[in-house]
Design a protein around this ligand. Structure first.
Ligand SMILES: Nc1nc2c(ncn2[C@@H]2O[C@H](COP(=O)(O)OP(=O)(O)OP(=O)(O)O)[C@@H](O)[C@H]2O)c(=O)[nH]1
Ligand SMILES: [Mg+2]
Length: 280
């Protein structure tokens, strides 16, 4: 990670703009604060991927919120939306238009825009590049740390894209950020306590979507540990001593959550006052 970050800072000098990929279900937890420091004032397009698994109402609110902060932003389904690649190219070129217009005015024929795809692991950087190119050029898979090196892809006559390895920052501001990233698969959870991660995710879902888990797992439990027991009971996960196997229930729950099987959920909601339009 440290090496990747050093390389990224170095490579940033050679690019015109940044395309920052984030997970639409956790647009704040999935941004890398170091990126702001490294960005050196380069134009940035934020692509919120995995909209197909996010709560559509929240996705719309997040896009509006980020745009209100003068950020260029798109929410996309990189798996099924055939137009996603075109939308991203259009938005990236729009962002670079002032600079390109200036070059044209000086009689310079602008070369293809060089954009670096960056973001934390497993958010869809490589998938986005494949979507733009229209075929599987770089490797993408559902686990963090798939991309290992920097690769330039001539994605479009007007756009060259740099695929980069996902980079996490060394220290999270709060524990919940780490849990959300682990819950949605951006941190390899082999080294983490899956039960804790699952309980944090249950807590967040119960807070943001009251009654949802209770309905899915047919339980009135409001305590996250109690909910894990209810999941174990519902899925027939019992230990040898006949106690509910909450460890396996946690693994099963996280798997269902990551695959979007619990329904379309966003684990971070925009604060209402942030999206209200006060212009009237
Ligand atoms: N459902 C859904 N899955 C997506 C979307 N975008 C990417 N994925 C999946 O997310 C997983 C990770 O995608 P990658 O493109 O490998 O992610 P990455 O950011 O390049 O990851 P690293 O190279 O590990 O940093 C893959 O299984 C993709 O199929 C999307 O919009 N919707
Ligand atoms: Mg990748």
């Amino acid at each position: 990670m440290e090496k990747a970050r050093r390389e990224m800072t170095e490579r940033l000098k050679a690019v015109d703009m940044i395309i920052e990929l984030r997970d639409c279900r956790i647009p704040e937890a999935s941004t890398n604060p170091l990126l702001n420091m490294m960005a050196q004032g380069k134009p940035r397009l934020i692509v919120l991927a995995k909209t197909d698994m996010a709560d559509p109402v929240q996705s719309e609110k997040w896009v509006r919120h980020l745009k209100k902060e003068n950020q260029s932003c798109l929410a996309v389904d990189l798996m099924r939306d055939n137009g996603a690649g075109k939308k991203i190219i259009r938005e990236a070129l729009l962002l670079m238009k002032p600079k390109r217009d200036k070059q044209k005015a000086r009689g310079i024929n602008p070369r293809a825009v060089r954009a670096m795809a960056c973001g934390i692991p497993n958010v869809g950087k490589s998938t986005m590049i494949n979507r733009i190119v229209g075929k599987n050029t770089v490797k993408a898979a559902d686990k963090p740390g798939v991309t290992r090196s920097l690769t330039w892809i001539h994605a479009d006559p007007q756009l060259d894209l740099l695929d980069t390895p996902g980079v996490l920052w060394p220290k999270f501001d709060d524990e919940m950020t780490g849990s959300l990233l682990a819950a949605l698969g951006s941190i390899n959870d082999d080294i983490l306590d899956r039960k804790m991660i699952a309980m944090d995710a249950i807590h967040v879902i119960q807070d943001l979507y009251p009654g949802m888990l209770e309905e899915i797992y047919e339980s009135g439990e409001v305590n996250p540990n109690g909910m894990l027991k209810a999941i174990a009971a519902k899925r027939n996960l019992v230990r040898e001593n006949n106690e509910p196997d909450t460890k396996r229930a946690a693994e099963m729950f996280l798997n269902e959550l990551r695959k979007g099987r619990l329904g379309r959920l966003s684990l971070e909601h925009v604060h209402e006052e942030d999206t209200e339009d006060h212009s009237e």
